[in-house]
Design a protein around this ligand. Structure first.
Ligand code: FES
Length: 102
């Protein structure tokens, strides 16, 4: 059953950047983009590579290993070599904190 978890403060994430968040061993990326805060799985769907050091460009995350790109809002795989979408998680700003539904 999914639940809302208090993950971090908005100021913990620089603009156009992400942080890696570990919730009971579940690795999630939380992003600060021009369109707001979003969350996806942290690991690239191509190979077991963390997206933590990836590049955030507008609402796109580029994997640091082979340069595959995902849409941060939808998780959609955008460019080769990634073909499988990233799982996304609902995010809400509440009482000055970022909450993620996991
Ligand atoms: Fe991410 Fe290859 S591991 S594109």
């Amino acid at each position: 059953m999914s639940q809302w978890i208090d993950a971090c403060a908005p100021e913990d994430i620089d603009e156009e950047d992400l942080i890696a968040w570990d919730h009971n061993g579940q690795k999630i990326a939380i992003y600060n983009t021009e369109k707001g805060f979003f969350a996806t799985d942290l690991m690239c769907t191509h190979e077991e590579q963390s997206l933590e050091d990836g590049l955030v460009i507008d609402c796109v995350i580029e994997c640091p290993l082979h340069g595959g790109r995902f849409d941060i809002c939808s998780g959609k795989a955008l460019s080769s070599p990634v073909t499988v979408d990233l799982k996304t998680y609902p995010v809400e700003l509440r009482d000055g904190r970022i909450w993620v539904q996991v």
